[in-house]
Write a protein that binds this ligand. Structure first.
Ligand code: HEM
Length: 477
């Protein structure tokens, strides 16, 4: 008997539909990616996420959390997702495998105010050009070498201050003297003719800037608090920024006047003298300081990027704030370690000190795209904290000792300068004086770390009693 057409069509439709569904499920289950596995996180709270877990100094808190959660963990600071890298292997994978993706910096409200050109700017064409100029010329090996006499002059002032303490039979406050030395040395590299008052004011300002940028600002993490300046940090920062800007203007105008004066003198010279001047370019090159280099670039119409006055100021702010306290703290820790472990520290004191007391304990980055690290997915726009302090305590670190200054495109461009200036300061102090711990029964220096600021500094001032080794003392005559 013949089957009715309608039920037959219905049956056929059901069978075809089931077949299509089964097939599409098979295909989609093959195509869809496996579920994303995020790095491990500690239990968090609504709104604030893991903010309540952070205790200063933050690099130690991260280190303790990593002991439980592993070398790559995900935390949430308010609304900001962050990954923390705490081992040499993870840092290497991030820096070597995802360098371009993590070459941004988290731009906090205060960093935007102070670093409007370079160290805390987003990764992009302008940053690339400034970075190239920085690495090849401003902090390049030739400039660092040419400015050796300028640094030496600041070192002589440091030795004189210590010699005066030795003559009075008093302890020297090396924390204060080394910060003064390091600031003066960098300011003189920027503008070799800057008066002493400029270096003193810069020292004050650098302290204020590193304190403010290193401070925890709730606005950066809790959107509800944005714009309210509940801690008064933005108001304080605006005042510091105004003073810094005025100081930079003063330095630049002073330099411009000197250059105009020099140009007028050249125009007045007769042809003979002009020829003589052309014959002596090497001598003139040697005397160029960082502002000379930057102002020449600003005048250069053929330059790849026309430097503006703002760019110049941003450059100097970055170099002075990033290079001064970090270098001073490293010399101070080196001397402290030498006092406590004279034999162990005799060799490789610089690298060993950077490993144990890295000037900048956390390298801050920002990811632009999604990454897979150690099999974990790190979402885009995640802050990346490379815990340099923890990595220095990872046995795998010894293969890569200069990781203490970061790495990749955004690694520290001042490493070459620090490698010259930091060991030179230590060598001068150790060669010229015998040292004894000023007080305390153990004869050992305390090694407590400060909780505040961007730099991993000592908690207590380093007070040591110097005895001059040399008599007469030729370096300071
Ligand atoms: C012992 C001393 C120093 C230490 C421990 C140190 C450490 C660091 C670290 C960890 C970073 C972040 C790197 C990264 O994100 O991978 C950095 C960046 C930077 N450092 Fe240093 N630094 C030192 C000395 C200096 C000096 C002497 C200068 C300049 C005079 C300098 C200028 C900078 C600048 C401008 C940046 C930002 C680079 C960028 O964003 O492209 N540093 N430093």
């Amino acid at each position: 008997m013949e089957q009715p057409l309608l039920p037959m069509l219905l049956e056929l439709t059901v069978v075809v539909t089931l077949l299509v569904l089964a097939l599409s499920h098979l295909v989609s289950s093959r195509r869809s990616p496996p579920p994303r596995r995020l790095p491990p996180s500690p239990p968090g709270l609504p709104v604030i996420g893991h903010l309540h877990l952070l205790r200063p100094p933050v690099h130690r808190t991260f280190h303790e959390l990593a002991a439980r959660l592993g070398p790559l963990m995900l935390i949430r600071l308010g609304s900001t997702g962050c990954v923390v890298a705490s081992s040499a292997d993870v840092a290497r994978e991030l820096i070597h495998g995802h360098d371009a993706t993590i070459s941004g910096r988290p731009i906090t409200a205060l960093a935007r105010l102070f670093s409007y050109g370079f160290a805390f700017t987003t990764y992009g064409p302008q940053w690339r050009l400034l970075r190239r100029l920085c690495v090849s010329e401003v902090l390049g090996p030739r400039t660092v070498e040419q400015l050796r006499p300028v640094r030496r002059a600041s070192l002589v002032l440091l030795l004189r201050a210590v010699l005066a303490a030795a003559a009075r039979g008093e302890a020297a406050d090396l924390t204060r003297e080394l910060i003064r030395f390091s600031n003066a040395s960098i300011i003189r590299m920027v503008a070799s003719d800057a008066p002493g008052s400029v270096a003193d004011e810069a020292q004050d300002l650098v302290k204020a800037v590193t304190g403010l940028i290193g401070a925890f600002n709730v606005e950066d993490y809790v959107p509800l608090c944005r714009g309210w300046d509940l801690q008064g940090l933005r108001r304080e920062a605006a005042g510091v920024h105004r003073r810094f800007d005025a100081l930079l203007e003063k330095m630049i105008r002073h330099k411009e006047e000197a250059r105009d004066h020099g140009r007028a003198a050249i125009a007045d010279d007769d042809e003979h003298e002009q020829e003589d001047r052309k014959q002596a370019p090497a001598t003139r090159q040697r005397n160029k300081d960082l502002l000379d280099i930057l102002l020449e670039k600003a005048d250069d119409d053929a330059a790849e990027m026309k430097l503006t006055r703002e760019n110049i100021k941003a450059f100097i702010t970055d170099v002075v704030t990033a290079g001064s306290d970090s270098s001073a703290a490293t010399v101070e820790w080196m001397l402290a370690e030498l006092m406590n472990h004279p034999e162990a520290m005799r060799k490789a004191a610089f690298k060993e000190t950077l490993r144990l007391h890295p000037g900048a304990p956390i390298a801050h980055r920002m990811s632009t795209g999604e990454m897979v690290v150690r099999g974990f997915t790190v979402p885009p726009r995640t802050a990346v904290f490379i815990n340099v302090w923890a990595i220095g305590r990872d046995p795998a670190f010894w293969e890569d000792p200069l990781a203490s200054c970061g790495g990749g495109r955004r690694g520290c461009p001042g490493v070459g300068l620090a490698q010259q200036s930091v060991p030179a300061a230590l060598a001068a102090l150790v060669q010229c004086f015998d040292w004894a711990v000023a007080d305390g029964e153990t004869g050992l220096v305390d090694m407590d770390e400060s909780d505040v600021g961007l730099v991993c500094a000592r908690k207590h001032p380093l007070l040591l009693r110097p005895t001059a080794r040399l008599n007469p003392f030729p370096a300071v005559e």
